[in-house]
Design a protein around this ligand. Structure first.
Ligand code: DOR
Length: 444
């Protein structure tokens, strides 16, 4: 494998920003020092650029197998790398659902063949796959995914016995989608009664309501406390839920952690008028006050991780009326750029961005030797220019669905180079086919 020398980067890592050189060899960071004068196969002059650990996205839907007309692992991993995400953890609501070890292995095989980024795939839980779920290897599978509310793919776990069994016996981290099904159904029925086919997108956060989220998230917390489960609650969308989480112990000691997603940090219900179903997500984007409280929890440590819930559907599907349009949208290519805009606005610091998108994700999942810029660690890195605008157009969207909720927006920063496991996989606006990323390993 070739060597790379990065000269004069502003390295953002572990709470500080310092000018440094980085030498990469055999996929790993061999040396970090103020000045390195080694010869390398490739030298990158990073004067004026910031070097960050590549993002680790702990929640994506890449749709393969089964839904590859929407997206596939090859296309979406390339979009991720172009966006500065070097590792992803992918969800089991593919077709067939990843509910057996064999079906899960099939996804790892596809990842090995076609993913440009490093990858891990969640094992799915259902009402009746306990035996298969128990066989999950904590060393090389990121976690068990439980849909405690139904979303795309009909993977609802609604049997109380199954939930207790999963929370009591899961061999590794349990990640949950929390929306109380009965509440969502009752709200939906009430809106249907009143408005018939005229139920519209602005009603989405009232149907998939605060109460639905809180009931389900608090139930997950209760179960985790009862069984001492390692619980990670995904995509917190309400201010009320943020009070379920602690910030008075180190992340490593937490048994319950939480994730916020870029869309819940960027959009609010005021955006439904202009964006319509293109910002229809489950859980729904809620009020500006919710968004503010989620930010507060991110910054004070009650929410540990920022990710995307990248979930592409086709433009045609999203153009259907509210009742037919599926929830979800593509985000991996623009997540870092969106967060860098928030840095420019003073919402968070660069150091906090790196902590929430890489360091903490690695700590939360015990990812082995990634997520930090440290000697001996894998070289998963992204170089960004904070002073070079980047306009999102249909032509530069790499996700297979070819649309983005950010289309037409100009971000203040540009991603210049992305390095995945020591290979330059994206540079100056182009994907470089350097072979597949690595399967993530976990220190557990
Ligand atoms: O909006 C969503 N879309 N939320 C989910 O939990 C699933 C996702 C999808 O797979 O489309």
């Amino acid at each position: 494998m070739s060597t790379i020398l990065i000269k004069n980067a502003q390295v953002v890592n572990e709470g500080e920003i310092k000018a440094k050189d980085i030498f990469i060899k055999n996929g790993r960071i061999e040396q970090i020092a103020p000045v390195i004068d080694a010869k390398a196969d490739r030298e990158i002059n990073a004067e004026g650029l910031h070097l960050l650990p590549g993002l680790i996205d702990d929640q994506v839907h890449f749709r393969e197998p089964g839904l590859t007309y929407k997206a596939d692992i090859a296309t979406e991993s390339r979009a991720a790398v172009a966006g500065g995400t070097t590792s992803f953890m992918e969800m089991p609501n593919t077709v067939p659902n990843a509910l057996t070890q064999k079906l899960l292995q099939d996804k790892y095989d596809i990842g090995q063949d076609s993913s440009l980024a490093n990858y891990s795939f969640f094992m799915g839980a259902s009402n009746d796959n306990l035996d298969e779920m128990l066989k999950t290897n904590p060393r090389d599978v990121c976690g068990i995914k439980v849909f405690m509310g139904s979303s795309t793919g009909n993977m609802l776990v609604d049997s109380e016995t199954a939930l207790s069994n999963i929370f009591q016996n899961a061999p590794t981290l349990v990640a949950t989608h929390c929306e109380d099904e009965a509440t969502v159904r009752a709200n939906f029925a009430a809106y249907k009664d009143k408005y018939g086919d005229q139920v519209t997108i602005d009603m989405h956060p009232l149907i998939r309501s605060e109460e639905a989220c809180y009931l389900s998230s608090s139930k997950a917390v209760e179960l985790a406390r009862k069984y001492n489960t390692r619980l990670h609650i995904l995509h917190i969308s309400t201010g009320k839920e943020t009070h379920l989480f602690q910030n008075d112990i180190p992340l490593e000691q937490k048994r319950i952690t939480a994730e916020a997603c870029v869309h819940h940090l960027w959009f609010s219900d005021q955006d439904y008028a202009s964006k319509g179903n293109f910002i229809k997500w489950n859980p729904a984007v809620k009020t500006a006050a919710d968004r503010e409280e989620i930010w507060r929890a991110v910054l004070d440590g009650r929410i540990d991780v920022i990710a995307t819930d990248h979930a592409p559907h086709t433009f045609e599907e999203k153009s259907e009326p509210y009742l037919q349009a599926p929830s979800g949208g593509p985000l991996v290519q623009h997540a870092l750029l969106a967060l860098l805009d928030k840095v420019a606005e003073g919402q968070l610091t660069l150091e906090q961005l790196v902590q929430k998108t890489a360091h903490n994700t690695a700590r939360c999942f015990q990812v082995e030797q990634r997520g930090f810029i440290r000697e001996g660690y894998w070289a998963d890195l992204v170089l960004v220019d904070l002073n070079k605008p980047y306009a999102v157009t249909k032509e530069n969207i790499l996700s297979k669905c070819k649309w983005s909720p950010f289309e037409g927006h100009t971000f203040g920063s540009t991603i210049e180079h992305t390095i995945v496991s020591g290979n330059i996989a994206y540079s100056d606006g182009k994907i470089i086919e350097v072979g597949s990323g690595h399967r993530l390993l976990f220190d557990r």
